[in-house]
Design a protein around this ligand. Structure first.
Ligand SMILES: *Cc1c(COP(=O)(O)O)cnc(C)c1O
Length: 394
């Protein structure tokens, strides 16, 4: 395992595997089949993988890009302009103000209409003589954004009918509440039924245009709930090679007959800052929570909770050095970790530690770190510091 050649800095870095990302795209293409679009969700700094690093791969490999903020969507357009690339289909699935919608209309980015107040964008668009592509978000049981089917039936989305000169209805979407938490999908089935109800209410009140795009499934539903795949799927976590949950993996075996191979895209590594012996009886780290029972060779690593390594993993975590597990001693600090390398190395030469990813026969998964930190792996990867150097490897 060699340290990053580019910088020589004593700093941790993320390795992003192009091959793994492509393999995950291919796995999802195989799952959804040829007649359906594949969309990638780039929110949360592309799940911590790095927005632009991921965009560079996703842009040519998937059909639609989903972001949360107008800013991210405009960043995609600027990135395309710099490279003379065609404009990709982009949808802002988060909130956008009327002013932001005007910018997005100009850049031909689609937005989501999720509540009655969205109608405020209409006069702004008319004034600028712009049209905006809109997807209606239906709340079918998540309790987050979107019109409930009852609200559609009560006329709350009717403003769209009177604004056909500036708002072009391109899609209808919803989002599942717990497909990844269970192996029986009765709640998701109820959400699908509510979606049908919302769709027919929309078509009665607004008259849905032919070819309107229906989309619902994120990673888990795409894998384990075939009726939810509709016209396009919005895949986040699993394009980065992570299973939404153990339940999803179990269900996939049943539903698909085999478990697709997902390959984690990201590894997190760091060179050591110092390797040294601490005599028996030495304390390690803030709070003196760990005391060496015997002379211990430690490696001090320039990584801490500032970088996204969770402090809650203190006293539980291990990293890999030369393919061997090395326990994290004492508390995770803001910028440092101290690990026991007594048996992993034979001298005090610098080492490279793998915080997340594979080294030899051993692997530290995002799920393992999430377990130590009492959270989910989505949070572990998303919180990887935006400042960390991201190295794209073949
Ligand atoms: C986050 C999100 C997704 C992707 O979810 P994953 O579980 O990461 O695949 C899809 N759609 C919406 C609306 C989301 O917020």
């Amino acid at each position: 395992m060699s340290s990053s050649p580019e910088s020589g800095a004593v700093a941790s870095f993320l390795e992003l595997s192009t091959r793994a990302f492509s393999a995950n795209v291919a796995a999802f293409r195989a799952v959804v089949g040829p007649g359906r679009k594949l969309g990638a969700v780039l929110k949360g700094n592309a799940y911590g993988h790095g927005f632009f690093e991921t965009l560079a791969q996703a842009h040519e490999k998937v059909d639609v890009l989903y972001v949360i903020t107008p800013r991210e969507a405009l960043a995609i357009r600027a990135w395309e302009n710099e490279r003379d690339l065609d404009q990709h289909e982009v949808l802002v699935i988060g909130a956008a103000s009327p002013t932001e919608c005007v910018h997005l209309a100009r850049e031909r980015v689609a937005v989501v209409a999720a509540e009655r107040g969205f109608g405020a964008v209409v006069p702004a668009l008319r004034k600028e003589r712009l049209t905006l592509d809109v997807h209606v978000h239906l709340d079918t049981g998540l309790g987050r954004e979107g019109f409930t089917p009852a609200q559609v039936e009560a006329g709350e989305a009717d403003f769209l009918a009177g604004a056909g000169d500036v708002l072009k209805l391109k899609g209808v979407l919803s989002h599942f509440a717990n497909t990844e938490d269970v192996t029986e999908q009765s709640y998701a089935q109820a959400q699908l039924a509510a979606f049908e109800q919302g769709l027919s209410a929309l078509s009665r009140r607004l008259g849905l245009p032919a070819g309107v795009q229906r989309h619902f499934a994120a990673s888990a539903a795409t894998l384990v709930l075939p009726p939810s795949r509709l016209d396009v799927v919005r895949v986040g976590i699993s394009l980065y090679g992570l299973w939404p949950s153990t339940e999803t993996r179990l269900s996939a075996r049943v539903v698909l007959g085999e478990v697709p191979t997902l390959e984690p895209v990201l590894s997190w590594r760091t060179p050591s800052q110092v390797v040294k012996w601490l005599p028996a009886g030495s304390y390690v780290g803030y709070g003196c929570t760990y005391r060496c029972g015997a002379a211990t060779r430690v490696a001090v690593l320039p990584v801490g909770y500032f970088d996204g390594y969770p402090r809650l993993a203190s006293g539980k975590a291990h990293v890999l050095v030369k393919g061997k597990r090395c326990p994290v001693l004492g508390r995770v600090m803001m910028n440092h970790l101290i690990v026991d390398v007594t048996h992993a190395t034979s001298d005090e030469a610098p080492v490279v530690a793998t915080l997340l990813g594979r080294d030899g026969d051993e692997v530290v998964t995002a799920e393992a770190i999430a377990g130590w930190a009492q959270t989910i792996h989505y949070e572990i990867v998303t919180r990887l510091g935006p400042h960390l150097r991201r190295v794209v490897v073949p």
